[in-house]
Design a protein around this ligand. Structure first.
Ligand SMILES: CC(C)[C@H](C(=O)O)[C@@H](O)C(=O)O
Ligand code: SF4
Length: 763
């Protein structure tokens, strides 16, 4: 429920309140101003629209691009997707998107468009992301856009369909959390170090159920691009979204962008509203975290969770350094990462270096890496990528690439032996051919170091672009400050003009052979029958064997890895559930010790996990689809990742939070192979052998929907009149938000007239 406007409100409260279409029973219905769409999480949503005979409600507020699947090889000879993308499933997914944007009349930055890029890079670049807006995308790193003071969060595919059809989304109000970073950042410390440090402090579940506002002088001193890197990784801190109050730095960044309000009256009106978007003095936060900027030094990860951070001067930790409850997880991570406790991080060697992703694929990141290369040379450090290391640079968008080339950065990179690629998500998750081989170690500017994230068996260490550049040059993790001398800093040190000596074109380095097919890691399993939601099955009592698991932070990459996200369907993923821990990564043979490969748990219909934060990370709805397809309808755990939890409900599944002691008891029942029953109507877990049942409570509205198998879109469309009156108000109060897409004359625009001319600026 909106807070009465007289009470002091946080930035989050204000943006939330300004988007309420309706509040009643269940979640509040929020209007979504900006919807970004990509190829991985949309095919089933468009299919759902088609089956229900629905249109896209606001094409002018929808922007579509392709990023995850596309190869990053040169596009010089690009003709079409059909001939360019070798891998069949990736090609099918990109082609499906191309068909969908045509059919539904949407603005699309395809592979031949220089504005194409990672969704979270192109939104801000175009001025599509604006302060005070609600921004959604079927992608967990939508939190990036919060850097503008937008309420931006990732959603699953069912929610993508919901927004396409209604331009709204049912949302529960999150808690307010504030992370304040006060003071000056030391030389060589970047926003990536800040956010890794924050996640190290709060943990990957620290922000669960919250929207984090980043505040303090260190945050205010950052550029927009650095702020985006911080908000981007709010999801790694478990938060629904991250936000930073907009200020002059924000307004300057937005001025003149193609989809920003036009100069003059429209801009002035927008800026006046944006200036009101800051937390009121005395506004209440449920959680406050304070961090001193001077405590942050260049930081990297050692393990398989983004919270596994260590300062570069530190050593690989030992399980004994952690509380008892975490030791098994630490041992598992160390084993996977092939690291020995006590080894100085600066002695760990790398095989690959990856620059890019929605965290660090922007122009400032490219400049920061180039500065390190130049400074290393000036200070007598290495001048080339270390022997045996393959280093790739993948700009976040075609426009970032164009800008970098205009500044001559590509020449610096190529001369030092880096491979200069085309825009896309690339090795951040390796849905395209850019992947690690089993056992390879990578210094990466991306955001996730989960097991198998960059390729089955691959080992990822997260760090800043400057630190990746340093590691690429020395072949091992290196404190960038040790050979930078005075030439350091995000804006200080070497200036762009210093690049002039390096502007001689050179050949690209040899690249390791690319796999043509991804069958080694397994392909989309079993062919499936129906692509769209078949309507929600009713959930009443689910009884059966429960699979016991104990790991903390089971991320959705672990539940279903990237190679299975290429499906156009919602079904058939059961055989790939927990792929990387269920099968041998080299032979694809089932691992006999994995619980779901053993009798009787291979027929589980429930799952009990004693570790917290189940389903954290990526927004892929493929995770609950895979669990459901295996036959599991209810997961019991101490806590869940926010997006995963919503995705479960959208599929008629129950994510049930229970106290640790109850879970330990159920874990024992499950390990003994005994049947458990979850009775949602009576809110009880019934244990075997007459043991006393465990009571629980589930939100009344969610329970009602699950028991009756209710379809959310249908429910929302009953409030069509409310949506229309909200849109009318929106056009009056925030007129710069209407009709800003690139829709051309004659293109299908449903419901909303375009009120403004299409910008012709060459961006
Ligand atoms: C494909 C998409 C669902 C996913 C996400 O939500 O984050 C991806 O971008 C990732 O980084 O794993
Ligand atoms: S996290 Fe990686 S895969 Fe996901 S959107 Fe960002 S760049 Fe793409």
């Amino acid at each position: 429920m909106p807070v009465p406007t007289s009470a002091p409100r946080t930035l989050y409260d204000k943006v939330f309140d300004d988007h309420v279409v309706r509040s009643g029973e269940g979640d509040t219905l929020l209007y979504i101003d900006r919807h970004l769409v990509h190829e991985v999480t949309s095919p089933q949503a468009f299919e759902g629209l088609r089956i229900a005979g629905r249109q896209v409600r606001r094409p002018d507020c929808t922007l579509v691009t392709v990023d995850h699947n596309i190869p990053t090889a040169s596009r010089k000879n690009f003709k079409d997707v059909g001939s360019f993308i070798v891998e069949a499933d990736s090609r099918a997914q990109v082609s499906a998107l191309e068909d969908n944007v045509k059919e539904f009349g949407l603005t699309y930055f395809g592979m031949s468009d220089k504005r194409q890029g990672i969704v979270h890079i192109i939104g801000p670049e175009q001025g599509f992301t604006l302060p005070g807006t609600t921004v959604c995308c079927g992608d967990s790193h939508t939190s990036t856009h919060g850097a503008f003071g937008a309420l931006a969060f990732g959603i699953g595919t069912s929610e993508v369909e919901h927004i396409l059809a209604t331009q709204t989304l049912p949302q529960a109000k999150s808690k307010n959390m504030r992370v304040t970073v006060e003071g000056d950042l030391a030389e060589g410390v970047t926003s990536k170090d800040v956010v890794l440090h924050i996640i190290g402090v709060i943990g990957t579940a620290g922000g669960t159920g919250c929207v984090i506002e980043f505040a303090g002088s260190a945050i205010r001193g950052l550029s927009m691009e650095s702020r985006m890197s911080i908000c981007n990784m709010s999801i790694e801190g478990g938060a629904r979204a991250g936000m930073i109050a907009p200020d002059d730095i924000t307004f300057k960044y937005l001025k003149g962008r193609p989809l920003s309000p036009r100069d003059g009256e429209e801009w002035d009106q927008a800026e006046a509203y944006w200036r009101s978007l800051k937390s009121d003095p005395g506004a209440k936060y449920d959680i406050e975290v304070e961090i001193r900027a001077e405590d942050i030094i260049p930081t990297i990860t050692w393990g398989t969770s983004p919270q596994d951070v260590v300062p570069i001067k530190g050593v690989v930790p030992s399980p004994e350094d952690f509380p008892e409850a975490q030791r098994k997880n630490v041992e598992r991570s160390l084993e996977y990462m092939g690291l020995t406790p006590g080894t100085p991080m600066e002695e760990v060697k790398i095989d690959k270096a990856f620059f890019g992703s929605c965290t660090n694929g922007r122009i400032e990141d490219m400049r920061s890496a180039a500065r390190v290369i130049l400074a290393a040379e000036k200070n007598g450090g290495p001048t080339k990528v270390a022997e045996g290391v393959y280093a790739m640079i993948v700009p976040g968008s075609g426009l970032v690439k164009q800008q970098a080339e205009a500044e001559g950065l590509d020449v610096i990179f190529k001369k030092a032996g880096f491979d200069w690629r085309e825009a896309g998500c690339s090795m951040c998750l390796g849905m395209n051919p850019d992947q690690l081989k089993p056992g390879e170690r990578c210094a990466s500017t991306s955001n996730r170091n989960f097991e198998g994230r960059q390729g089955a068996g691959g080992r990822t260490h997260l760090m800043s672009p400057a630190m990746v550049a340093a590691a690429a040059l020395t072949g091992r993790f290196t404190d960038v400050r040790t050979f930078m001398g005075e030439h350091i800093g995000e804006d200080g040190g070497l200036k762009i003009t210093d690049y002039s000596d390096y502007l001689t074109p050179v050949e690209a380095p040899a690249r390791p052979a690319e796999p043509t097919e991804q069958t080694k890691e397994g392909q989309t399993p079993v062919k499936q029958a129906a692509a769209a939601s078949a309507g929600l099955p009713k959930f009443n009592v689910v009884k059966g064997i429960a699979a016991p698991m104990w790991e903390a932070n089971i991320d959705t990459d672990k539940i279903i890895p990237k190679q299975f996200l290429k499906t156009l369907l919602r079904t058939g993923l059961g055989s790939a559930l927990f792929w990387t821990i269920r099968y041998d990564v080299r032979t694809n043979e089932p691992l006999p010790d994995f619980v779901l490969n053993k009798e009787p748990w291979n027929k589980s219909s429930l799952l009990v996990c004693t570790g917290p934060n189940f389903g954290c990370g990526s927004s892929r709805e493929h995770a609950p689809w895979a669990i459901n397809d295996f036959g599991i309808r209810c997961i019991m755990a101490p806590s869940f990742g926010d997006i995963f939890k919503t995705n479960c409900f959208k599929n008629g599944m129950l994510p049930l939070e229970l106290p640790q002691a109850d879970l330990e008891a159920l874990y024992e029942d499950a390990s003994a192979g005994l049947e458990i029953a979850v009775d949602l109507e009576n809110q009880q877990v019934i244990r075997p052998n007459g043991k006393p049942p465990i009571s629980f409570t589930v939100d009344a509205f969610r329970r009602h929907c699950l028991i009756n198998g209710l379809d959310d879109i249908g429910l929302t469309l009953e409030h069509r009149d409310k949506i229309e009156s909200f849109e009318e108000k929106r056009s009056n109060v925030w007129p710069w938000l209407d009709g800003v897409g690139y829709a051309k004359k004659g293109q299908k625009i449903i419901a909303v007239p375009t009120k403004r001319a299409v910008s012709k600026t060459d961006w």
